[in-house]
Design a protein around this ligand. Structure first.
Ligand SMILES: Nc1ncnc2c1ncn2[C@@H]1O[C@H](COP(=O)(O)OP(=O)(O)O)[C@@H](O)[C@H]1O
Ligand SMILES: [Mg+2]
Length: 599
């Protein structure tokens, strides 16, 4: 076989394979160019999620006609004047975005430097179609149409316009967060969907792009150590989300999706958040360019640190310090004692296994108690709502017999308004009321779905509630309206960026429909495409159950506590909450005696 040099057109198409994966990646490159051009204002127009059209207009420095021709050539860049790639201070530097994009689309490039005339160049899938004078204000406008028109295989792999739009919007939010000094607008299919003005402060911009609630539920960060600076904001552990896509990470002003950084954030919150909940953060790491290599991936979203351990340590300690300063206490570690590990036999003869059987002895190695890792907006349940939830209103109201034959014992009291302490024949039982109740609600939902007819009863809200969400979240919920209504949740689309809640599952009682709908939208974002219908239903049920549960922090009466214990004894899988954490632990009488040196 003879070796030959590939023609430039083919080289560009090969590069496009890496640089332009989908409309959002082309958009990212164009907006980065606009930012690098010194623009104060960047306007984006998309059609069909960017598949039909991506247009980026800026008021930056513009290009001369000669530069416009050069810009479309491979490895042509104005951004490395000293040919020193180590010191790159712009978002672009590889000189391959425009030639890659132009090789797989029809591009109209218009540009006008300050004090000069405008010029236009139309290039159709790598071939110059026309050029000539153009009328436009100083700056640059790039239109990309018919993306992947000549790459059917790639085009086939694109997802729905809605999904492509969601990816494009996420990309815009990240770029806009990096540069609060620049104004950004996004228009999709003729509608304005994002607008932030120039000259905002960083916290203002972060709030504008996430949620105003974040400001009241977060701490600010500003640390410097060994030339590395860490700034930004981080949510309190109690303000968390079901998916990790609200973690915005920047290295030297560049949005990145870096494993090391994501891991460091997770590490910092490790003992304060349930494993399936995620903090909301916007972290800006600034370090000397020599400490970080940004040239490790064609899309420039990954970086490599010269001293990863130092960076990781700084993020973990920086976040923890900031959270501690906020007066927040991390969950205390439990003492090291031998909790019950033997199965218990219930009155029905079932083996009722203590949830900790899998962990041998060492309590400290087990998962931390979940108390503080509550969902951000659990349903607050009123007293009257609780009786039907507990199932046995009548029984619960009667005096509790002082018999200790129940495996989970008889309630003796409540600690920290969160744990039920019960006395069993053979030991001391501690129950996490929220975790336990959440499990019971889930099992009830499953039972209702499995019953003939298979629908969870719902209760209409007196006043339908409007829940504002971003557009992709509304789209996902709207696509699942029928499934959700089988769960007793009646939703309706309410304009582009809101949902109307008409009814909620009656077994959840009165509560905060907003939090429930927000968490469901997060769930769908995370699992919608990955899971089968069956699994998805379980997720929806679990999310709903969490919102229908007795919150930690709610005072329970003794009959309520006993009703909960009795229901746990007859409910399958009640030893674990829906997140896999234990719902109860037991210290045997023998161990209690050991603790006091009686044995
Ligand atoms: N919006 C724009 N305004 C001004 N110049 C631009 C713009 N977009 C691209 N350019 C010029 O075209 C060159 C090539 O762009 P690109 O292919 O994205 O490579 P890179 O950004 O890595 O330099 C840039 O270096 C810049 O000089
Ligand atoms: Mg570029």
């Amino acid at each position: 076989m003879s070796i030959r040099r590939l023609p430039e057109a083919l080289v560009n198409r090969i590069a496009a394979g890496e640089v332009v994966e989908r409309p959002a990646s082309a958009l990212k490159e164009l907006v980065e160019n606009a930012i690098d051009s010194g623009a104060r204002m960047v306007a984006v127009r998309l059609a069909s999620g960017g598949i039909d059209l991506i247009e980026v207009t800026d008021d930056g420095c513009g290009m001369t006609p000669a530069d416009m021709a050069l810009a479309l050539e491979r490895h042509a860049t104005s951004k490395l004047p000293d040919e020193d790639i180590e010191m790159v201070a712009t978002l672009g530097f590889r000189g391959e975005a425009l030639p890659s994009i132009v090789s797989v689309s029809k591009m109209t490039l218009e540009s006008r430097p300050l004090g000069a005339e405008g010029w236009q160049r139309i290039v159709d899938h790598g071939v110059l179609a026309s050029e000539g004078p153009a009328a436009l204000p100083p700056g640059t406008r790039v239109r990309v149409e018919n993306l992947f028109g000549n790459v059917p295989a790639r085009r086939k792999f694109l997802r729905s316009p809605r999904a492509e739009y969601a990816a494009a919007l996420d990309c815009m939010k990240r770029l806009a967060m990096a540069r609060p000094d620049i104004g950004f607008t996004v228009e999709h299919d003729g509608r304005r969907t994002l607008a932030v003005q120039s000259g905002m402060t960083r916290p203002e911009r972060v709030a504008a792009l996430t949620s105003g609630e974040l400001i009241d539920n977060s701490v600010g960060l500003d640390f410097e150590r060994e030339g590395i600076r860490l700034g930004g904001i981080a949510s309190l552990p109690t303000y968390n989300r079901g998916v990790a896509d609200h973690q915005f990470l920047f290295v030297n002003g560049r949005p990145v999706k870096d494993r090391l950084l994501i891991g460091a954030v997770r590490g910092a919150y490790a003992e304060m958040l349930a494993r399936d909940r995620h903090a909301v953060v916007a972290l800006f790491l600034d370090l000397p360019p020599t400490e970080v290599d940004v040239n490790v991936h064609p899309a420039k979203t990954e970086v490599r640190f010269r001293e990863p351990a130092l960076v990781r340590g700084m993020i973990v300690s920086g976040l923890r310090h900031a959270l501690d300063q906020s007066g927040f206490r991390a969950v205390q570690r439990a003492v090291e004692v031998n909790w019950q590990q033997e199965p218990i036999r219930t009155s029905q003869g079932d083996i009722f296994t203590a949830p900790y059987t899998a962990y041998q002895g060492n309590y400290a190695a087990r998962p931390a108690f979940p108390s503080l890792a509550e969902s951000r907006s659990g349903f607050a349940i009123r007293h009257e709502d609780l009786a039907p939830l507990m199932g046995r209103a009548a029984e619960a109201a009667e005096p509790v017999p002082e018999s200790q034959s129940h495996p989970l014992g008889v309630a003796r009291g409540q600690v920290a308004n969160t744990y039920i302490v019960a006395e069993a024949e053979d030991g001391l039982v501690i129950v996490d009321q929220h975790a336990a109740h959440e499990r019971l609600v889930l099992e009830r939902m499953r039972a209702a779905m499995a019953a003939a007819g298979g629908a969870v009863p719902s209760q209409a809200l007196l006043l339908p509630q409007v829940v504002e969400l971003d557009e992709p979240a509304c789209d996902r919920l709207e696509a699942r309206i029928d499934e959700l209504s089988a769960f007793g949740l009646d939703l309706e689309r309410f304009g582009p960026a809101a949902m109307l809640v008409r009814a909620t599952p009656s077994m959840l009682g009165q509560g905060d429909a907003k939090g429930l709908v927000e968490d469901l939208a997060d769930d769908l974002a995370a699992y919608d495409e990955a899971l089968s219908l069956r699994e998805r239903i379980d997720h929806v049920a679990a999310t709903m159950a969490c919102h229908g549960s007795v919150r930690a922090g709610r005072i329970l009466s003794v009959p309520e506590m006993n009703a909960l214990l009795r229901e746990m004894e007859v409910t399958p899988r009640s030893g674990q909450c829906n997140h896999g954490r234990p719902t109860w632990v037991k210290l045997s009488m023998g161990d209690v005696e050991k603790l006091f040196g009686r044995k």
